[in-house]
Design a binder for this molecule. Structure first.
Ligand SMILES: C[S@@+](CC[C@H](N)C(=O)[O-])C[C@H]1O[C@@H](n2cnc3c(N)ncnc32)[C@H](O)[C@@H]1O
Length: 347
């Protein structure tokens, strides 16, 4: 892959800007918040107004959205300058595309993460997403360490026969599952054909025999009771709240008796400032379903679908992965409140 000096400079600039937003501007805003004392009773009600009046808030908010837009611009320019990737190789038996699938309006209505055209609109869009997703972790995710950590720490070691990864994107959540449980049939499901094509290409290159299936995670078309493990990473905050019960029902339908569920996403930490910043992050990053998901009682929702032993655990991607408790690590800099929803299907 050839990278011009100008493209490299653009990416360096935007990543440095994002780093300073996270490690300098966010702690500065936090310090202003902590210094401007509010009575505990007022806090919840007045928090938004209070934070928005702090001197650094304008910079913080603008940099959050502006640097994300700049990131897509830098990555988009780079991908546009590359020769187009061809996907018409015959050896793609593991790729199950559905040309008749109609993408839901709620899915296409928003450029999620502010990515122009979303991940589903074209093959280059999926390439842009893949490169952007790698860069946005700011060097913390070399060789997809994040997803390997999820597989290694959030999933019990068992002789699974079939594992389904809902909302698998370009496959970075799916490959480690197959690597960890080679004897299992592993199936990645996503709405976006361009992402699935990349997922299948990469799996082939890695020698991983994985099925990638274009379908709605809420109607996978896979056999009932066939999965010992159903997972998703960063999917549920992309689904409108009123559709989430259907997602849990589909996961329950797919699950074999005694099967496990692990959904990696975000949860409120109980730190009012941090949780407010996270809710605003969803809004500013064009992720409209994030705040309603974080405010909802997904434990009850999963129980209503037939799951038992439902619980959230904190996930520390820079430390031990799944922490097994619902206490989040605190850091000075901006930091996602990663969490795993675990559940089981009665045996
Ligand atoms: C943030 S990406 C996460 C991808 C991957 N799991 C990962 O961790 O990198 C969310 C993915 O969910 C997919 N998605 C969103 N809603 C979906 C649905 N209802 N059914 C299937 N896939 C969906 C999107 O197309 C996108 O690829």
């Amino acid at each position: 892959m050839s990278v011009s000096l100008q493209e490299e400079a653009a990416v360096d600039f935007v990543l440095t800007l994002r780093r300073r937003w996270a490690d300098t501007v966010y702690p500065h805003l936090r310090a202003e918040f902590d210094a401007a004392s509010m009575g505990e009773a007022e806090r919840a009600e007045l928090l938004a107004d209070h934070v928005r009046r702090l001197p650094t808030y304008g910079w913080f908010a603008w940099l959050e959205r502006g640097s994300q837009k700049m990131l897509w611009r830098a990555v988009g320019d780079h991908v546009a300058a590359q020769p187009p990737v061809e996907y018409d190789r015959p050896a793609q038996g593991a790729l199950e595309l559905n040309p008749d699938l109609v993408l839901p309006d709620w899915y296409t209505a928003w450029d999620i993460h502010l990515q122009p055209g979303g991940v589903w609109s074209s093959n280059p869009a999926a390439q842009v997403y893949e490169l952007g997703a790698k860069l946005v972790m700011m060097g913390e995710n070399d060789d997809y360490k994040f997803h390997r950590l999820f597989t290694e720490t959030a999933i019990a070691s068992r002789p699974y026969r079939r594992i389904v990864d809902l909302g698998c994107g370009f496959g970075k959540s799916t490959w480690p599952l197959k690597q960890a449980v080679p004897q299992a049939e592993v199936i990645g499901v996503d709405l976006a054909a361009p992402c699935l094509k990349r997922a299948a290409e990469h799996a082939m290159a890695k020698g991983l025999n994985i099925r990638f299936r274009q379908a709605d995670a809420m109607a996978t078309g896979l056999e009932a009771g066939s999965a010992d493990l159903v997972v998703s990473t960063m999917l549920i905050h992309e689904i409108p709240l009123d559709h989430l019960p259907v997602l849990f029902e589909e996961a329950a339908r797919l699950s074999a008796p005694g099967g496990a569920l692990a959904f990696l996403d975000f949860q409120p930490t109980g730190d009012a400032f941090r949780d407010f910043a996270m809710m605003e992050h969803g809004a500013r990053n064009n992720e409209p379903y994030m705040a309603p998901m974080m405010a909802a009682d997904l434990v009850s929702m999963a129980q209503a679908a037939g799951f038992t032993n439902v619980r959230w655990t904190a996930f520390d991607e820079r430390g031990g992965g799944d922490l097994g408790v619902s206490t989040w690590p605190t850091r000075r800099e901006w930091h996602f409140p990663w969490a795993v929803l675990h559940a089981e299907r009665a045996g």
